[in-house]
Design a protein around this ligand. Structure first.
Ligand code: DON
Length: 572
């Protein structure tokens, strides 16, 4: 985690010294936690790499708004963080304008036209997970380029050429390999070579301090800047992409690309105590599932239980267990399936869901479904949070799904393709790479979007913008975002402390309470074991990489850039 302050002009600074005093006098709330992350006066970007946060923040400093910065940051991550940043994947954006208007954009991948329900099953009906996880067959129709152009068309103020120029320059100049990146690349190098041959840029061993250049990606970005969205969804770039995928046995055609559309959707909006939470609606499960978890917990005094006390963790776990069971059964692409959204978050329904909960013992998950399930460690999505000088906020989570997606690198265009098809339920009751099992609502169909857990979120307090938050982490995204909000709201942590605090996770099945290895009391875990909670501390060294921003009572911004990655807050 790093923090960078861009230079700020003196007059702007003076304004923001007076503003706090005024705001302090007009507020009567108890003292807010002292910030420990980067504090900036006017605007901030927090993302997985300093290079991307800096490019986004410089757009803001030049007078661009949060949406301009989103376009630049999204593309900069594709260059600086190819692990998850992408042109070959998809994502979700939740926004809140400074007048309180909220909305969201779905630029999730879609199943190709040639897709069908049993496409990843063998003749005996057994799943073929390699087909949905690796190489060309795993890729859904990418949505990211449609996403940035939709955002730019609706809200952008600076020309696309200007937004992409620093990104193209970065791709040409190259990006320094960090220690964490070198380790990640080392871990997938054999897979990358098996899938792509040894001539892709990542085939040679990368050491910390090396520079990786992306000339093919720079050319692709130049064509997008010059020719617009259709360059990708029908033009030369689209043709190259479709031919490339098909030559390797994949399903994406030019027709698929031509038909792809990003979709503006109403976000999930709900109250939790004195907060208003705005998050992503289906085809992401993030908003609905977080809504269920927090509403099931709301009647309890969490603050009094204490952060990371056995009771607080137990309550969270039981709420999450029930919410994930609903998630896996009811949620899917709303353009294809009927989702009982109102019932799922109805107060009476959620009260009933918790009726059998007792602090005396764990509720076993296998009463609902059983099977030998496994969760894989993974943190290959990426989240960034932006607040601009006007107070507009943008919360974006974007992904290739697995590390470097399908690991298929489209050499002529310079980017990786997603393996998002694995987020569908390949077969009822069979877990995906995050151990999530799915049902009919998330079965494969042509042009359907696969269910996601991505949870880009914005939180208001007293009608004002308060938090912008999100994370990667597959199925753990929803619990990590929820815990981060609770850490600030219930336990008075600063934004940075809330992001850095150790995390735990439960997702109904497998019935396993997963803890990050460091930071939880052994006595607390023992007491949960005695109540019947199967505990796992070895599954994953980290749960999520949260990047968040808090608006302080005086209007300044505190960044929370996760120490688990190379994440960096840049502001001014
Ligand atoms: O959309 C989803 O829920 C997953 N494809 C997200 C993948 C992810 O977070 C990867 N990192 N763990």
């Amino acid at each position: 985690m790093k923090q960078v302050l861009l230079p700020v002009r003196a007059r702007q600074a003076a304004l923001f010294v007076l503003l706090p005093t005024f705001l302090l006098l007009t507020r009567c709330r108890q003292a807010a936690p002292t910030p420990t992350g980067l504090v900036a006066e006017r605007a901030m970007v927090v993302s997985a790499r300093e290079e991307a946060s800096r490019i986004g923040a410089e757009v803001l400093a030049r007078g661009g708004n949060a949406f301009d910065a989103m376009v630049a940051t999204e593309m900069a991550l594709a260059v600086a963080y190819p692990f998850a940043g992408n042109l070959g994947g998809g994502g979700f954006m939740v926004y809140r304008l400074n007048d309180g208007t909220v909305g969201s954009l779905d630029y999730r991948e879609k199943a190709p036209l040639a897709a069908h329900r049993d496409m990843y099953l063998d003749s005996l009906g057994n799943p073929l997970p390699d087909l949905s996880r690796k190489g060309a067959t795993a890729a859904g129709v990418p949505g990211t380029v449609a996403g940035i152009f939709a955002v730019h068309e609706k809200f952008g103020t600076l020309p696309m050429e200007e937004l992409l120029a620093p990104v193209i320059a970065l791709a040409e100049k190259g990006v320094r390999v960090t220690a964490k990146q070198a380790e990640r690349l080392g871990g997938v190098r054999n897979d990358l070579i098996t899938i792509n041959g040894d001539s892709i840029p990542f085939a040679a061993e990368s050491l910390e301090g090396d520079t990786l250049k992306y000339p093919a990606l720079a050319q692709t970005l130049k064509r997008l800047a010059a020719n617009g969205r259709d360059e990708f969804y029908g033009g030369h770039t689209g043709k190259v992409l479709a031919d490339f995928v098909q030559a390797r046995g994949g399903f994406i055609t030019l027709e698929d690309l031509k038909r792809y559309q990003a979709v503006w959707r109403d976000p999930v909006v709900f109250g939790y105590k004195d907060l208003k939470i705005i998050s992503m609606a289906p085809p992401s499960s993030g908003g609905v599932t977080m809504n269920q978890i927090l509403k099931m917990m709301e009647p309890y005094d969490l603050r009094e239980m204490g952060m990371h006390s056995a009771r607080a963790i137990q309550l969270f776990t039981e709420a999450a267990r029930r919410a994930y069971a609903d998630r896996n059964y009811y949620l899917g692409d709303p353009d294809f399936v009927e989702i009982p959204r109102e019932t799922l978050v109805d107060d009476e329904y959620l009260k009933q869901r918790m009726a059998d909960f007792s602090f005396e013992k764990a509720t076993p998950s296998n009463a609902v479904r059983e099977g030998s399930l496994q969760v894989y460690e993974s943190a290959e999505t990426t989240h960034y949070s932006i607040v601009d000088t006007q107070g507009n906020a943008v919360s974006v989570t974007t992904t290739l799904n697995g590390a470097y997606g399908s690991k298929l690198y489209c050499t002529p265009l310079g980017f990786f393709l997603n393996n998002e098809m694995d987020d569908f339920s390949l077969k009822a009751g069979v877990p995906n790479m995050f151990g999530l099992i799915g049902a009919e609502a998330n079965s494969i169909a042509p042009e359907k979007r696969m269910l996601s857990s991505m949870t880009p979120t914005i939180v208001e307090r007293d009608g004002d913008l308060w938090l912008v938050v999100g994370t990667p982490g597959g199925s753990t995204i929803i619990t990590a975002v929820t815990q981060t909000i609770l850490n600030v709201h219930e336990f008075d942590l600063s934004m940075q402390q809330a992001v850095d605090a150790p995390r735990f996770h439960h997702q109904w099945l497998p019935d396993m309470l997963v803890f990050e290895p460091e930071g939880f009391s052994p006595a607390m875990k023992d007491s949960l074991r005695l109540l019947g909670y199967p505990i796992n501390e070895g599954l994953t060294p980290i749960i999520g990489k949260v990047d968040a921003i808090r608006v302080l009572p005086d209007g300044r911004l505190e960044g929370g850039a996760d120490h688990r990655g190379d994440d960096t807050a840049v502001g001014f």
